[in-house]
Ligand binder design. Sequence first.
Ligand code: SF4
Ligand code: SF4
Length: 160
Amino acid sequence: MLNKTGVPQLEQVLSVFPDRKALLKPKAILECYEDIPCNPCSTSCPFDAIEIGPNINKQPKLKVDLCTGCGLCVPSCPGLAIVIAQLKDHEAIFKIPYEFLPLPEKNTIWHGVNRSGDVICDARIDHVLMSPKNDNTAIITVSVPEVFLHDFVTIREKNE
Ligand code: SF4
Ligand code: SF4
């Protein structure tokens, strides 16, 4: 389905999410569904938590137990295919890469958007990180209701 629509099926999405117990701590979500010759996510991880193997065309797999949720892999991905997710206090807390302007401001409410580009919920901006180490990729910490854990993917400004 991804090849035809560009939108992954639910079963594909679920396959890259650790279970709810694991997500009580932050974990990387690798939304990389195509076999492509790419591996900076794997080489950027200081904990060897992303496995691709000897064939660089294979999709990356997360070794959930080794992932600390440090987030170093997020800006390494040229396809913006990695986020960090955690469950806490009935919210799903994400760290997402964001390369659009304007950047959101902390403590503002933006739209939460799904993989089809539809607005699905409010998204609270908790933190905005711009670091020279991440080139022009901002890392936005954003919280949405827990029920949107597997649907939320990015943010959009409310007045758009
Ligand atoms: S979040 Fe940190 S520990 Fe987890 S896969 Fe990414 S770089 Fe490795
Ligand atoms: S860096 Fe991104 S696009 Fe490349 S293999 Fe890793 S997750 Fe996939």
